[in-house]
Ligand binder design. Structure first.
Ligand code: N2P
Length: 431
């Protein structure tokens, strides 16, 4: 018996040691779902070994909501090596000291980040409100885009889809999909509710997006309660499929999903479009960061570098429909297509790119970008938004609960009444 126990302990210890040893050859990646050409993962493993002489095995996990990812790292202290949060979450992670600086020490390997990251992205990251830290030292842009409206022109006119007010239009009852993302939804609706002040110059989009007051939250709550009975679904990632299947006609969504859904729907004879609402909207930047609980920061920084190798960039954009933060000439060439009207994308690709035939949903025109604003970390006020979201979303559940409880009471009362009545009848028969 003693020998048996001893062997179990020895085997367990050996297993533990081999796992611990292995961890330095493991890279834990945590990314948004549907946000990468998965063949790039295997290719990274080979490339890393070629570049460093060390093996690595990638464990790849996905999330659909920024806050889920944040909570796993902030509260759970999980040891992901490289993750891909959005702008306002990167700000939060910087302020909470949750990130390690990006190490650009790649030896003989080219630094694709320094070579190709768009100056536009660098200047946007400079504006992140990360306390005393500059986001460019801790994060590298992966994909970016805008929040807008995917719509089906068979049922919805361009005019109807040009405003965020479409979500209150009873004509589209049961055909509207809303994003299960409190922050993205809040931002678009608050811009819509304040568009008069924005238009008159009294306030800027940026100012409105910084406003986390009770008043701003209450206004959006009221709007969402009006919208709610018309909504077919609140979705974290299935809205694009519902649009392709024509179960939805209108979806508040990310531009990349707009491109992806449009391209998937076309061969099936379904026409989908994406609008940049006239009142204004947000753009988002998702960037690679290395959390402070990472166990393999070296492979993490090589991963970020690899994600900027132009051929990998092109494959990821083609697979996901999202637009990369990388402005390499090969990328510009890959997404130049004469079937589009020329647009000015010099803000992204540099001064020569004033007339490029490219997809205006993928690369928004300069004039569209000028109407957009960025979301910022609200700190502790984020909780007030989550509570508001719970109130809006919870209403259905509570009225349903009330209906079920009342129904159950009525049934019980009816059962009691009939049993008592039949007992009485039996008694009076016997007499
Ligand atoms: C795609 C995820 C896009 C993230 N599934 C937008 N921030």
């Amino acid at each position: 018996m003693y020998n048996m126990k001893k062997w179990i302990l020895i085997v367990a210890a050996a297993l533990l040691c081999s796992c611990a040893g292995d961890r330095e050859h493991i890279l834990k990646v945590y990314n948004w779902s549907d946000y990468m050409d998965m063949s790039a993962v295997e290719e990274f493993e080979k490339w890393y070994e070629e570049q460093t002489g060390e093996p690595v095995h990638v464990i790849y996990q996905t999330f659909d909501v920024n806050e889920t990812m944040l909570s796993k790292i902030e509260k759970g202290q999980e040891d992901f090596d490289v993750v891909c949060p959005s702008d306002y979450i990167i700000e939060r992670m910087l302020r909470k000291d949750l990130l390690l600086p990006i190490n650009h020490d790649f030896g003989e390997t080219p630094d694709y980040i320094k070579e190709h990251l768009s100056p536009f992205i660098v200047s946007c990251f400079d504006k992140f409100e990360g306390g005393d830290k500059n986001a460019n030292d801790y994060a590298v842009g992966y994909m970016w885009g805008t929040v807008g409206i995917i719509y089906n022109p068979k049922y919805v006119t361009d005019e109807e889809a040009s405003t965020w007010d479409i979500f209150r239009n009873p004509k589209f009852e049961g055909k509207l999909f809303m994003k299960e993302d409190p922050r993205d939804v809040f931002s678009q609706i608050t811009i819509f509710l304040h568009h008069d002040e924005i238009e008159s110059g009294e306030r800027t989009v940026d100012d409105v997006l910084h406003d986390s007051s009770d008043k701003a939250i209450a206004e959006v709550e009221e709007y969402l309660k009006e919208v709610k009975p018309l909504v077919a679904g609140w979705e974290a990632d299935f809205g694009k499929d519902q649009m392709i299947l024509e179960r939805g006609w209108v979806s508040l969504n990310w531009s990349g999903d707009g491109v992806w859904a449009r391209d998937q729907a076309a061969p099936q004879g379904v026409d989908l479009k994406f609008s940049f609402p006239k009142e204004g909207f947000t753009f988002f930047f998702d960037g690679w960061v290395i959390p402070k609980y990472a166990k393999n920061p070296k492979a993490a920084s090589y991963w970020i570098n690899f994600m900027n190798r132009p051929d990998i960039v092109i494959r990821n954009v083609e697979e996901t429909g999202y637009v990369s933060c990388n402005a390499a000439p090969e990328v510009l060439e890959a997404f130049t297509d004469d079937s589009y009207e020329p647009i000015d994308v010099s803000y992204f690709f540099g001064p020569d790119a004033t007339e490029v035939c490219t997809d205006p949903v993928l690369y928004p025109k300069r004039s569209d970008i000028e109407r957009a604003g960025m979301q910022h970390d609200w700190g502790d006020r984020s909780q007030a938004l989550i509570e508001m979201w719970g109130r809006v979303k919870g209403d259905n559940a509570s009225s349903m609960t009330i209906i079920i409880i009342v129904g159950a009471i009525v049934l019980l009362a009816a059962a009691w009444f009939f049993t008592t009545a039949s007992k009485r009848r039996r008694k009076s028969h016997r007499r």
